[in-house]
Design a protein around this ligand. Structure first.
Ligand SMILES: Cc1cc2nc3c(=O)[nH]c(=O)nc-3n(C[C@H](O)[C@H](O)[C@H](O)COP(=O)(O)OP(=O)(O)OC[C@H]3O[C@@H](n4cnc5c(N)ncnc54)[C@H](O)[C@@H]3O)c2cc1C
Length: 383
């Protein structure tokens, strides 16, 4: 490689890519971040306490209260009419000795915070350009210019070009379900309680967004959601009233509705030969149990740890980082991906044994404090 342009090139300007670029620059590397303009991300992210603690330690969020809303309870309502129904279950953070399980943030607010921090880092250069090809450590951008860096961080989402160029194999399974998201004002406040109605086609979840406001994540067959989005606002509201079992009085829509197709994506390894993958370039799954960005931030935390321990005077330091990173991420990626996949399939399963298992599991969680504690720890991504 001729004289590199930087120590690291981070590709992708989503939340995982922003957090990664900041972490790499904070580790002292000369960093170029390829972040082409993208439409505003109007989703929200429920981030569990370990993620919030990471954001605070990296200076990305000061007091979560400034931009987020606490999640203090999770209420699960089995709305399936199945033969074997699960009990209504309430998980309370206080039971786990916590003030909150986590915080719900608007992705756009997180992005503003991340951009403000990135702006202050003198060794982080942001280029509003796309990667066109990556060959033997040389990145060619869409405008034909070339960049070289020993360490390449692929944060370029599910269709990651970096992943393909590095020969890292991904398996993706598309679901027939999608997720519809929008913001609602309810007829009464829901405090810090996230309320999940479990329907046979997927959960319908209201996440607290302060006062009477809730962020809806409704998982259902793609065609049903597209028809709901494309119908009149009145017909959408009537559907939302019905799905929320008319528990919240008058509901109004306070944002447009967006539909996101869902899939499961896993990789065998998250790093090789000077290339590492973070965020959805390495893993994607349905938004069940709020794991996606939480896992992406754990990727970034492990990348920061790998960078903190490597000897950068060694000629192959970037290869050492990618090997170390892949090793650090292996268990968490396998465990979280497996957990979310099992949970999602059990929510949809029509088979009686699966229904019985899930209902039995929820009864066990409802009744056994030890199991509840373990479930809290796994759901929150505590290591
Ligand atoms: C409906 C829904 C609700 C969710 N809720 C939660 C939640 O509550 N909690 C949680 O933890 N997670 C949640 N998630 C998951 C979370 O949103 C994602 O994990 C996270 O946004 C992924 O971020 P990312 O940066 O990896 O990917 P993306 O946001 O997809 O960013 C990838 C970026 O790469 C860029 N890019 C692509 N190709 C190139 C290229 N060739 N060159 C340069 N740039 C490129 C794109 O422009 C894009 O900006 C949810 C997901 C969905 C669908």
């Amino acid at each position: 490689m001729s004289q590199p342009d930087a120590d690291a090139l981070v590709v992708g300007g989503g939340l995982a890519g922003m957090a990664a670029a900041i972490a790499v620059a904070q580790a002292g590397l000369e960093t170029i971040h390829l972040a082409p303009p993208a439409p505003p991300d109007r989703r929200t992210s429920a981030l569990m306490m370990p993620s919030v603690e990471y954001l605070q330690s990296a200076g990305l969020v000061n007091d979560p209260e400034e931009i987020g809303h606490p999640l203090t309870q999770i209420r699960i309502i089995d709305a399936t009419n199945r033969l074997i129904r699960a009990p209504e279950t309430l998980f309370d953070a206080a039971e786990a000795g916590l003030a909150a399980f986590g915080w719900n943030f608007a992705n756009m607010r997180l992005m503003e915070r991340f951009q403000a921090v990135a702006h202050e880092l003198p060794n982080l250069r942001v280029e509003a350009a796309s990667l066109a090809t990556l060959e033997a450590g040389t990145a060619t951008l869409a405008d034909g210019s070339r960049l070289q860096a020993p360490l390449i961080v692929g944060a370029d989402g599910k269709k990651s070009l970096v992943r393909g160029a590095a020969g890292l194999v991904a398996r993706e399974t598309a679901f027939t379900q999608s997720a519809l998201v929008c913001d609602l004002d309810l007829g009464r406040p829901i405090g810090g309680t996230s309320i999940e109605f479990h329907y046979p086609q997927g959960p319908f979840t209201l996440v607290p967004a302060g006062g009477n406001r809730a962020n809806l994540v409704w998982i259902d067959d793609h065609q049903v959601l597209v028809a709901a989005r494309e119908g009149s606002p009145e017909s959408l509201l009537a559907l939302l009233q019905e799905k929320s079992q008319r528990l919240f009085g008058r509901i109004s829509l306070v944002s447009p509705a967006f539909v996101f197709p869902l899939s499961n994506l896993t990789v065998d390894r998250a790093g090789t030969e000077g290339v590492v993958l973070v965020g959805e370039a390495a893993h994607a799954f349905p938004p069940i149990g709020a794991q996606g960005l939480n896992l992406g931030l754990r990727d970034v935390a492990d990348l920061a740890s790998a960078l903190a321990t490597v000897d950068r005077s060694a000629p192959d330091w970037a290869h050492v980082v990618s090997r170390d990173y892949a090793r650090r991420r292996a268990n968490d990626l396998a465990r979280t991906g497996g957990m979310v996949d099992t949970l999602f399939r059990s929510l949809l399963a029509e088979m009686i044994p699966a229904q019985a298992l899930r209902a039995g599991g929820l009864w066990a969680l409802k009744l056994a404090p030890v199991l509840r504690k373990q479930a809290f720890a796994v759901g929150m991504g505590r290591r």
